[in-house]
Design a protein around this ligand. Structure first.
Ligand code: PLP
Length: 253
């Protein structure tokens, strides 16, 4: 989706976004308290895919500094527009959606973190692209990555995600790549079945993983509909679109 001509949203939209952001943050905080966790341990990542740069600017006014995006070239353009408009260097953009290798080059220019690494080939391509972006001065730091774990034959169903049985091998290879920093895991709970069961499964996989990679503690899990359950099961980052932004326009991918 193109960035609209207008550079700022209406006051009504701005206050709606600020109110939604605060109310989702409250949901996260309450879920933390209920789970006996510190609210400081769970990040709220607003997901702004399909929404214009002006909405991102309004969220920044409301205090947000990190954003999740999932589609190219929309994401790269928006990140650049927002960085240019604000002149800020503390904003962070996360690629959370399934990523084709031919998009790695552009993603390596704007993304601080990729949540959706699910193959060695993709990791190697991102590593090389990040090296080029570093050499060209397009980025200043290594690329943080999470391995997306498929919970339900997701790979076979086209949703991405590595099978649990392949996780250890992939992590070992990624840890060797010079321009990537392995930070943890990402999961998407399948829509069918019990979210509680999927998140418990994620928590178990994450515990085993962290035992091997104590530095890679992130668990990106939970969205608008299941963030409380995800927090209960150890999520360190909930990715929330609809509950903050409203319904996404129905555009086929
Ligand atoms: C769009 C998206 C989200 C946000 O989903 P909501 O249900 O709108 O909160 C989270 N994670 C990923 C990977 C997404 O693509």
């Amino acid at each position: 989706m193109a960035v609209p001509d207008q550079e700022s949203v209406s006051p009504a939209r701005a206050s709606q976004l600020a109110a939604n952001l605060a109310s989702v943050r409250r949901r996260v905080d309450e879920a933390c308290v209920a789970a006996g966790r510190s609210p400081a341990d769970v990040a709220l990542l607003p997901v702004t895919k399909f929404f214009p740069a002006a909405d991102v600017l309004a969220l920044i006014e409301a205090g947000a500094t990190e954003f999740g995006e999932s589609r190219e070239p929309e994401a790269g353009r928006k990140a650049e527009d927002v960085r240019t408009a604000t002149g800020r260097t503390d904003l962070r953009f996360h690629m959370i959606g399934q990523l084709q290798r031919n998009k790695a080059k552009s993603v390596a220019r704007w993304a601080d973190r990729v949540h959706s690494v699910d193959s060695l080939k993709l990791a190697q391509t991102l590593d090389r692209a990040t090296g080029v972006a570093l050499d060209n001065g397009d980025r200043a730091a290594a690329l943080e990555v999470l391995i997306q774990v498929g919970l339900d034959d997701d790979e076979a169903k086209g949703r991405g995600g590595v099978a649990e049985s392949d996780l250890a091998g992939l992590a070992e290879s990624i840890a060797e790549l010079p321009n990537l920093v392995l930070c943890g895991l990402m999961v998407i709970a399948p829509l069918h079945g019990s979210a509680d069961r999927w998140m418990a499964e994620s928590a178990r996989i994450h515990r085993d993983f962290v035992a091997q990679y104590p530095e890679a503690r992130e668990l990106s899990a939970g969205m608008s509909g299941d963030l409380e359950i995800a927090v209960q099961h150890g999520s360190t980052c909930v990715r929330v679109g609809t509950a903050i932004m409203g319904d996404r326009p129905l555009i086929s991918p």
